[in-house]
Design a protein around this ligand. Sequence first.
Ligand SMILES: [Fe+2]
Ligand SMILES: [Fe+2]
Length: 269
Amino acid sequence: MLPLASRTLSQSARRAATSTGSSSVTLSSSLIARACPSCGFSTAPARRLAAVISDSNKQGKPVPANSPSVSSEKKPKLKPLTPEQREFLSSALRVNQTGELAATLIYAAQTPVVVRQHPHLRPLMKHMHDQEVGHLQTFNKLIAKHRVRPTALYPVWSALATGLGWGTAIMGREAAMACTEAVETEIGTHYNSQIRELLEMTGAWKEEGYDVGPELSELISTLRRIRDEELEHLDYAVEHDAQKAEPHWLLTNVIRLGCRSAIWVSERV
Ligand SMILES: [Fe+2]
Ligand SMILES: [Fe+2]
């Protein structure tokens, strides 16, 4: 069970997660241990797994043999993207790649400092860092595949993220966790708004009789998976005393403002 204060900070991200296809809130009071398939970290809640199951139930219904979608005669009818939709998708991939680069660098800078003082946190820090590396690799591939221009401020975000990670780590374990709490709250909210926009876009296509197509369907489920992992990181941070950082409100609000500014700039530059 999470402390009450953590719910206050992340309420908007969690509410939005529920409305865009996650069972985060419903499972928050019944965390079930599971092991990360790559690193074996075993204290993660079953939230993401449940979200995946929930999503697959919605999307994985058996298709009748006589369904038009499996007919060999019918070809998918895809709606061409408008320039605005194309720009939205390019901007989304660009900012997501930037955010995941920053997250990877924050954890990379925090981990040696935090682990030196608190060796028992090594599995947790490694688990979160490894997941961020996976997120970054996902968006690196999508950026290359769709020939989207990466952010022009790559070196700036790299330096700022490393500085933020190192700076909060030397302030102590609680400050490092407060940094994670603030960053993941903003990133979770950011992914939710992207998922919502994509669902509105593809929902309108379906109403017009168009197919969504495999690429956008896959992108939406990728965003849901990554969003749920970010919200797990938020939970870990709160469970590891992020709220005890001094001064918590100043630290988290400054970092959240910085995140929102970075997202705004990266969507454009
Ligand atoms: Fe991430
Ligand atoms: Fe994260």
